[in-house]
Ligand binder design. Sequence first.
Ligand SMILES: O=C(O)CCC(=O)C(=O)O
Length: 260
Amino acid sequence: MLNPEVKPGEFTAVDRFIFESWGYFVIPDVLSADEAAECYAASERMHAQRERGFGQLGRGYETEPSLEQLIDHPAVLPKIRGLYGDRFILQACWTTMQPAHGGTGRWHQDGSNAYDFKLLGYPVPLVQLRASYLLTDQTEPGMGNMELVPGSHRSQVPLPPEVSGAGDDVAIGHVICASAGSVLVFHNAVWHRTYAHHGDRDRYTAHYIYSPPWARSADRLENSPEFLERTTPLRRALMGEFSRPDAPYGANYDPPPFAS
Ligand SMILES: O=C(O)CCC(=O)C(=O)O
């Protein structure tokens, strides 16, 4: 299978072409094996608080420094800026656990059941740009990979319910194969699902979701004052804590203090 791999850092014209064509790309080996292992251990600590099973927990960055560092990772942030410009927020961060020997997940597009992104127009606009850090080896299918349908963010018709409802395979499903520490960046409207996991070890993936500045946060009702106090000015701004001289979100609020 073709692999939409791009280099870390600078967002290039080819990166944009790949993203516009397929709706996603993969940045290989963003984290070292040790860094991925640290984030895995952090995810395990978080999920130890709940009953074991497939599930997503938010706000890991507040308590786990290894997860906080990924908010503005230099290999990934330029891609987010390239696609959005300078004014956006971290709408949510979900750390997702798929238990060992977990089955495939449900086919879906990301968005909101309360107000479906499809109601905003066609093609469905980019409202949630997701950077998914793979914290386990997923170099072969059947390792809890993500599966995406390339180009489906532009499809005028949904994946037929007889396929999505039954959890069937689709001939153009692309199972992403990449090593631990690689990052998948994708558009909310791409049809996707969690692929089967035949391994003996629980799988964790950390998803960072970036949105336009007027979107409401999804993993929190409000930011933790302690976290805001100790984090960096850039991360504070990405959490949506910036001053708004123009309350209706004109373009004249200061962008986050990016390094360059
Ligand atoms: O971590 C995963 O397996 C993917 C979860 C997913 O598809 C989602 O959160 O939209």
